[in-house]
Ligand binder design. Structure first.
Ligand SMILES: Cc1ncc(COP(=O)(O)O)c(C=O)c1O
Length: 438
C-alpha cells in the first residue's frame, strides 16, 4: 500500500455472482432484532454500461459527470477510469476529483455564483474553466482568477423539467452582449456557452432551442473578439426510462441540432454535465419496514353504498430526509421489489409509505399498492443512485445509509480495458489503491 493516495472500497464479485445476490446475502446475514439498518448496493458495472451507451448515442459530446449527483468515491473513481470529465460545484468536489488523479483540464467549475475562497482554491489547483451569468461574478473572477476561461451560462425554457434551474441560473439572450463586453473591459477571457435544461428534462425540444440560442451567443462572442470554442449542453438526461421521456428521445433531438448549429467542421468542443444519467441505475436501496398502522375508514361509493376501505401505513427506516429526493419522487420513484417471495394472488391494498422521522412531510409515497407486509420485512427500491447519498441528512439522529459497492468480474475486465486506452501518462503516475474482497 505504499504511496497510497486514496482508498476506494469495493468488491469484485466472483464469476456468476451479481449485485442482487449481494443484497440477498446482506439481508440474510442480518439479525432482525439487532440490525435492520437500510443499506445500498451499488453496481459499478451499471455506470460502465451507461458510459458505453453514451459514447454510442452522443459521440460528439464528452461527458463531464456532475459530482453533486452522487459523490461516493467508488462512483467518481469509476468515472475517472472511464475517462469522463467532471463538473464540480465547490472546492470540496474539486478536491475529491483531483485526489483521484484527475487533471485540471478534465474539470469545469460549473457554478455561476462562487464563494471567493473557492475561486482562490480553483485558481491554486489549476482549474481554468468556470461558468458565470452575471457582472459581479466576472468582476470577482477578474480580481481572483484573471486567467480563468469563462463559460457564459444562458437560461433555458425548462419549466416542464422535474427541477427547473433557470429561475436561479443563466443570463437571458438580451443580457449576453453586455456581460461579454464587461468581460472584455476587465480582460477576462470567455471561451464558450453553457446551459442546463433542468434536471429531469421532460421535453427534448428544450435542448434544440438552447443549442440554437447558444449559436447566437457564439456569434456575439466572436464579434467581440473572443475565441469561442466550447459548448456545454449541461445535464437533464434521464437515468432510467419512464413513460414520458427516454435517453434515445433526447439524443434524437440533440444530435441533429448540434450538426446544424455546431457542425464538426466548426471545431467547437462539445461537453455535457450529466449526473442523474450516470448515477441512477447503479444503486439499489434495501429498506426495512420498522412500523405499521392499519386503518379502516368508512367511505361512500358513487352509488351511495357504504363500505370500509383498508389502508396500510408503512414506516420505513429511510425517508425524505435520507435517500429520497422529494423533488423528483413523482417522476422517478421505482416500485419496490418485495424481498420475501409472495404468492401471486396476494391481495393488494392502498398504502401510505412514510420515512422514520417525526416530520409529517416525510411521506415517500401513497401511490404503491402493496400486500399486507409485516414489521421487519425488506423492500428493495432500484434506481436510487441520483441525489440520494449527497442530499441525505442526519435529521432526528438517523444515520446516513451505508453503501456496499460491487462490480462483476466481467465489468471489471471491461473497465481495465477502457482505462488503458484513456489515461494520460501524467494520470498513470497517480496510484490509487482499492480494497476489495473476492
Ligand atoms: C450546473 C449543473 N450541471 C449538471 C447538473 C446535473 O444534472 P442532471 O443530474 O439532471 O444530469 C446539475 C444539477 O442540478 C447542475 O446544477
Amino acid at each position: 500500500m505504499e504511496s497510497c493516495l486514496n482508498e476506494i472500497d469495493f468488491v469484485i464479485l466472483e464469476e456468476g455472482v451479481i449485485a442482487q445476490d449481494v443484497i440477498a446475502q446482506k439481508i440474510n446475514e442480518k439479525k432482525p432484532t439487532d440490525d435492520t439498518d437500510a443499506f445500498y448496493v451499488a453496481d459499478l458495472g451499471e455506470i460502465i454500461n451507461q458510459h458505453l451507451q453514451w459514447q454510442k448515442a452522443l459521440p460528439r459530446v464528452k461527458p463531464f459527470y456532475a459530482v453533486k449527483c452522487n459523490d461516493n468515491k467508488p462512483v467518481v473513481w469509476t468515472l475517472a477510469q472511464l475517462g469522463t470529465g467532471f463538473d464540480c460545484a465547490s472546492k470540496n468536489e474539486i478536491a475529491l476529483v483531483q485526489d483521484l488523479g484527475v487533471l485540471p483540464e478534465r474539470i469545469i467549475y460549473a457554478n455561476t455564483c462562487k464563494e471567493i475562497s473557492h475561486v482562490k482554491f480553483a485558481a491554486a489547483h489549476g482549474i481554468q474553466m468556470m461558468t458565470f451569468d452575471n457582472k459581479d461574478e466576472i468582476s470577482k473572477v477578474a480580481r481572483i482568477h484573471p486567467t480563468a476561461k469563462m463559460v457564459l451560462r444562458i437560461v433555458t425554457n425548462d419549466a416542464l423539467s422535474c427541477i427547473p434551474l433557470s429561475v436561479k441560473f443563466g443570463a437571458t439572450l438580451n443580457e449576453c452582449r453586455q456581460l461579454m463586453e464587461c468581460a472584455k473591459t476587465l480582460s477576462v477571457d470567455i471561451i464558450g456557452v453553457s446551459f442546463h435544461v433542468g434536471s429531469g428534462c421532460m421535453n427534448p425540444q428544450v435542448f434544440a432551442q438552447a443549442i440554437a440560442d447558444s449559436r447566437r451567443v457564439f456569434e456575439i462572442g466572436t464579434s467581440l473578439g473572443f475565441n469561442m470554442n466550447l459548448l456545454d449542453i449541461g445535464g437533464g438526461f434521464p437515468g432510467m426510462d419512464n413513460d414520458k421521456i427516454t435517453f434515445e428521445k433526447i439524443t434524437a433531438v440533440i444530435n441533429p441540432a448540434l450538426d446544424h448549429h455546431f457542425p464538426a467542421a466548426s471545431g467547437v468542443k462539445i461537453i455535457a454535465e450529466p449526473g442523474r444519467y450516470y448515477a441512477t441505475s447503479s444503486f439499489t436501496l434495501a429498506v426495512n419496514i420498522i412500523g405499521r398502522k392499519i386503518i379502516h375508514r368508512a367511505s361512500t361509493d358513487s352509488d351511495d353504498k357504504q363500505r370500509t376501505v383498508k389502508t396500510i401505513m408503512y414506516y420505513l427506516n429511510e425517508g425524505l430526509h435520507g435517500s429520497f429526493d422529494y423533488c423528483e419522487l413523482p417522476y422517478y420513484l421505482s416500485k419496490p421489489i418485495l424481498f420475501k417471495k409472495l404468492c401471486p394472488d396476494q391481495q393488494l391494498f392502498n398504502t401510505k409509505v412514510w420515512g422514520p422521522t417525526c416530520d409529517a412531510w416525510d411521506c415517500i409515497t401513497d401511490q404503491w399498492k402493496l400486500p399486507e407486509l409485516q414489521i421487519g420485512e425488506w423492500l428493495l427500491i432500484q434506481n436510487r443512485g441520483a441525489y440520494s447519498v449527497t442530499i441525505s441528512t442526519t435529521f432526528n439522529g438517523f444515520q446516513r445509509t451505508t453503501t456496499h459497492h460491487v462490480i462483476s468480474k466481467e465489468a471489471w475486465k471491461i473497465l481495465q480495458k477502457i482505462k488503458k486506452g484513456n489515461q494520460s501518462p501524467a494520470e498513470e503516475q497517480v496510484q490509487v489503491v482499492w480494497n476489495f474482497n473476492c
